[in-house]
Design a protein around this ligand. Structure first.
Ligand SMILES: [Zn+2]
Length: 133
């Protein structure tokens, strides 16, 4: 146990040192808190700037995509593109819907087919003649 002096100056000094330490601690903490808030704001601004730069450099993270799945038409080997169909079957569905809507607009109950009443997509085969003059 440390020896106590009779004048009480030692105790007063200890008390003063403790008060100064408390005050200093409080001020340092307050300064740190205000700096932390400044840093948070600065980091937010920097993140926004970085995202803008990435977009401009076309380095944006790729959009999350779902895993590939097959076309819903049985035995079609293609992968899904839209509405459960592959790109080819989706185009067929869209074409059929367009023709149905066209027929409805004209007041018909059957779809309007391509010229000459032929089935869509079938073309007459034409032989290629080479070297004929
Ligand atoms: Zn398909």
């Amino acid at each position: 146990m440390p020896r106590r002096d009779r004048t009480g100056i030692g105790d007063a000094l200890e008390d003063l040192v403790a008060r100064v330490q408390r005050l200093a601690r409080r001020q340092v903490r307050a300064a740190l808190v205000s700096h932390v808030e400044d840093f948070k704001v600065e980091i937010t601004v920097l993140r926004r700037d970085l995202a803008g730069l990435r977009r401009r450099l076309d380095l944006a993270e790729p959009r999350r995509t779902r895993p590939p799945r097959p076309c819903k038409v049985p035995d079609c080997p293609e992968l899904h593109c839209a509405h459960g169909y592959c790109k080819n079957h989706y185009q067929q569905v869209r074409y059929r819907e367009m023709k149905k809507a066209e027929a409805k607009k004209l007041g018909r109950t059957f779809p309007v087919l391509k010229r000459g009443g032929k089935r869509p997509g079938r073309r007459p085969k034409v032989a290629l003649v080479v070297g004929k003059s």
